[in-house]
Ligand binder design. Structure first.
Ligand SMILES: [Zn+2]
Length: 97
């Protein structure tokens, strides 16, 4: 008994904390931030930034799932999606017999 306490080295403990504690703390901190919704979830461009709902064809300016306001940039993108799909279809069929 007492050997562990006698061998207690503050520098070693600090080193162990830095190597294992800090990354662990950061991971837990990021998970908590993501859980409470302060970090963007990086959904696709046609999906709601908050909940990931597919907003293609949406003309309301709001997500029907969570009520998040759709940004002006995303509204412009959503409006251009059918045209882009049509254009891609035309371009891919050019070489067809
Ligand atoms: Zn949403």
């Amino acid at each position: 008994m007492g050997v562990l306490i006698a061998d207690f080295d503050p520098a070693l403990m600090l080193g162990l904390f830095t190597v294992f504690g800090v990354p662990l703390f950061l991971v837990v901190f990021l998970l908590i931030l993501r859980r409470i919704g302060t970090l963007p979830m990086h959904y696709g461009l046609s999906q709601c930034e908050k909940c990931g709902y597919d907003l293609r064809g949406n003309t309301m300016g709001r997500c029907p799932e969570c009520g998040e306001v759709i940004s002006e940039n995303q509204r412009l993108l959503l409006a251009s999606l059918p045209k882009l799909a049509e254009q891609a279809k035309r371009e891919s069929s050019v070489g067809d017999p």
